[in-house]
Design a protein around this ligand. Structure first.
Ligand code: GLC
Length: 796
């Protein structure tokens, strides 16, 4: 009932009518789930472990081992550092998480060693012991040990050893600290109901993916099993799933290399349109065209750059999806055109559930064609959302996806630039308990058929797949941009993610950094949070600090619940506006660098936000850091996340670091105490980096270099039109410092035309002389050089 109060009066504010419905729905779901779980229990077989090996089938890329107790293990190498193990019985997963990469045949060696079987590629070996336990070796070094799995009825459980010092990262979206050791996590996409705080879970997008780092190195595990389950990391790892085959991918190596392979397997984000990396303003409560114009004007009057405005549920006609309230938005097309002229895009929210209403064509079409989820006896499965009683499209049905895809043009034709998927866990209001569809709900699963226990976690992923494909098909000249609240492994292929209804607190701000880093390690390269928190009211200091941090997260958006006071920057007073303006301008200036980082996500799967151990996981001091991170290759961000903080201790990785704002030098491999002011977020640049910025329309190459930098540093700049699929250019700057000189070599590929001239700024050293391709030039604050060059030589 506490949930109900929160729902009716709290930040999610569903209203009294829906509140009464929520009690009814809760009772229905609870009793249906009870019956369903009891029927599953009846079918439970005995508890089984594999028993002894009873037979072997070898093939080129792996082998199958049969065990006495009718349990089978298949081992298949997809690549020399990527191996898949599959324990059956149990249905194999429909490969929703997977990219469409075809893995070639890789030769493996299979040998019998005493009673066990060794299967090896060039780098990895698996030793299957006669009881079914598996030891993993990387170049002969033991890195993991799985005990024999256990099958109870349809549920698999697996325990694996965990070294004392092992740290765990990933697991999709979590309201947790960065290192997940000591935590137990449920694998069940869940709407926490309008607000959540630290250690509450599960949230919208947990994932069975983790990176384990211990004294023997690192490895990534992905259990390709979408069933409801849990994973805990205490003395040992315990993973369990309520059905399906127990299929696991294993990749060994340093985080950077592992992410490349993992995202080859599960896909990478497509390159976003440039505008998506700009600033987004949103609020639940913008009611009509006048509100949108007011916001755009507010940004203009306060000289705050704005890229996009989001329209929350109030643009719809009585919350019916794929409709527009004509009273509030009499001419959306005209509005979007007007905004476009001001350089502002519009994004609309889109929920999955379709109001049950005989007068509503979307519902009637879905009903007639059987596109909605049904119960086991064929009845329409209902749930409760903003629009009242609603039906839920079964996005695991390809026909449903195609139908849903055909609806987006309604919004696109009005000039809507991107789509924001919400409530797609899927969420249904409850007064208490699990806010989703009953477990017995049937799903097509692309012909395989299955229940909600299996399909639930795949719901947001498949809705986003439909959305992404629709935008690609209906607007082929533009890049699709979607945001989603829920998803599963592989979601980065279709949409960005945000951490949704987070409370407004300092603790929530801190958890945002840990949470976004863990999402990145799970493959989600682009994510962000609601600035200031969603559900409460941030004081001015918290709002400013959140804003500054969000400028160094991929998705940069201010959003809040309708129950909170207005929270556009100017609501916090002129001093705050000035600070926010500065922080927006830093983001704007850095867009060429951030865009390049986004391109790296599309090319290599690198998240934009990277843990401090990204380049050096041998330095133990870096492994524990959760209050600093890298943004792209060369920026070290040390956000302020403690109220009233005046100093922050920052451990710098080895090498030399240069203050972004004033050029002061910090030697790495040690802690420095940084003085903090409210004006800016502490930001440092790796010495040797070339950071591109855009200033007053001109491109500037900022070379950050200190006298004592002797290492080679590589910087990439990726440029293109920012939209569509035309030509691009990649520049590689190789910077080498010698005793008294710095050499910059530039290599270029691609046809996109750069501006004729660039600015050159040297930060960190006093240059005595500068030669570009052999010609001496004068150096000043903004030296103009030809964008085209091969070599710069700086005497220091
Ligand atoms: C959910 C979303 C939130 C949105 C609200 C109304 O709570 O997480 O962002 O504002 O629904 O659509």
């Amino acid at each position: 009932m506490d949930n109900l109060k929160k729902l009716i009066h709290g930040s999610s504010g569903i209203g009294l009518g829906n509140g009464v419905g929520a009690i009814r729905y809760t009772n229905y779901k609870k009793s249906t789930d009870k019956v369903y779980m009891a029927s599953r229990k009846k079918k439970k077989g005995e508890f089984r472990i594999p028993g002894k090996i009873s037979g072997i089938d070898k093939n080129k890329t792996g082998l199958k081992i049969r065990f006495q107790n009718e349990i089978e293990l298949e081992i298949k190498f997809l690549d020399s550092n990527l191996v898949r193990t599959t324990w059956t019985p149990g249905d194999l997963p429909v490969p929703y998480a997977m990219s469409d990469k075809e893995w070639g045949d890789i030769n493996v060696q299979i040998k019998q060693k005493d009673d066990s079987w060794m299967i090896s590629s060039d780098t990895l070996s698996l030793q299957v012991h006669p009881c079914g336990s598996i030891s993993y070796f990387e170049n002969e070094k033991s890195i993991r040990h799985d005990n024999p799995p256990r099958l109870e009825g349809k549920s698999w459980a697996l325990t694996s050893d965990l070294k004392k010092e092992a740290k765990i990262f990933g697991m999709g979206e979590q309201a947790n600290k960065f290192d997940l050791r000591g935590s137990s996590m449920e694998l069940w996409n869940t709407d926490p109901g309008g607000s959540y705080k630290l250690n509450e879970g599960p949230l919208y997008m947990p994932m069975p993916v983790y990176y384990c780092l211990d004294s023997n190195g690192g490895h990534l595990i992905f259990h390709e099993n979408s069933y409801k389950g849990t994973i805990s990391f205490e003395e040992e790892v315990k993973a369990s799933f309520m059905g399906g085959a127990l299929r696991t991918y294993f990749i060994a190596g340093d985080i950077k290399d592992v992410i490349v392979i993992f995202t080859e397997l599960t896909g990478r984000a497509s390159l976003p349109p440039h505008w998506a990396l700009g600033f987004h303003q949103s609020r639940w409560g913008y009611k009509n065209e006048a509100d949108i114009r007011r916001i755009a004007k507010g940004y203009q009057d306060n000289q705050l750059p704005l890229s996009c405005i989001h329209m929350d549920i109030d643009y719809m006609d009585a919350y019916r999806v794929f409709t527009i309230d004509k009273e509030r938005y009499p001419d959306l097309k005209k509005l979007s055109g007007e905004m476009e002229e001001q350089g502002i895009k519009l994004v609309t929210i889109l929920d999955p559930a379709v109001k049950i209403d005989k007068e509503y064509d979307v519902f009637m079409e879905g009903l007639k064609n059987g596109y909605f989820c049904k119960g086991s006896d064929g009845h329409l499965m209902r749930g409760l959302v903003w629009s009242g009683w609603s039906a839920f499209p079964d996005f695991t049905n390809p026909d449903t996806r195609n139908w849903w895809k055909s609806k987006y043009p309604l919004l696109l034709d009005e000039g809507i630039a991107g789509i924001w998927h919400d409530m797609n866990e899927p969420a249904s209001f409850v007064s208490d308990g699990d806010p989703t569809l009953p477990f017995s709900t049937l799903h097509d699963l692309d012909g395989k058929q299955g229940d909600h226990l299996e399909a639930h976690n795949l719901y947001g992923l498949n809705m986003s797949r439909a959305g992404h494909e629709s935008l690609k098909e209906h607007r082929p000249e533009k890049r699709p941009w979607l945001l989603t609240r829920s998803g599963w492994v592989g979601i980065q292929r279709y949409a960005w993610h945000w951490t949704a209804d987070i409370e407004s607190s300092w603790e929530a701000l801190r958890m945002t950094v840990s949470g976004l880093l863990n999402l990145g390690i799970s493959g989600v390269s682009h994510s962000g949070s609601d600035i200031g928190g969603f559900s409460g009211m941030a004081n001015t200091e918290l709002f400013i600090r959140w804003f500054q941090l969000a400028g160094f997260t991929p998705f940069f958006r201010n959003h809040s619940s309708h129950h909170t006071p207005d929270s556009e920057p100017w609501e916090y007073g002129p001093e705050a506006v000035a600070i926010i303006r500065a922080s927006l301008r830093v983001r704007e200036r850095l867009l060429p660098y951030i865009y390049t980082s986004s391109w790296q996500a599309a090319e290599f799967g690198y998240p934009l936000m990277r843990p401090m151990f990204w380049d050096d996981q041998d330095d133990e001091a870096l492994l524990n850091i959760e209050d600093c991170y890298f943004f792209g290759d060369h920026l070290l961000v040390a956000p302020v996340m403690v109220e009233g903080q005046t100093e922050k201790e920052v451990y710098f990785p080895k090498g030399t670091w240069i203050d972004f704002y004033d050029g002061s030098i910090y030697t790495g491999g040690q802690i420095h105490t940084i003085k903090i002011s409210i004006e800016k977020i502490p930001l440092f640049v790796r010495s040797g980096a070339v950071i591109p910025t855009i200033e007053d329309g001109s491109r500037i190459l900022n070379l950050y270099i200190s006298n004592n930098s002797t290492e080679k540093t590589i910087s990439i700049i990726y440029s293109d039109e920012g939209e569509g699929y035309g030509a691009s250019k990649q520049e590689e700057f190789i910077v080498v410092g010698e005793l008294d000189r710095i050499i910059i070599n530039r290599k270029v590929s691609g046809k996109y035309p750069l501006p004729t001239n660039s600015g050159l700024r040297i930060i960190g050293v006093e240059a005595k002389s500068v030669k570009i391709d052999g010609r001496a030039i004068d150096v000043g604050e903004k030296t103009i050089i030809k964008s085209k060059f091969e070599k710069i030589l700086i005497k220091v």
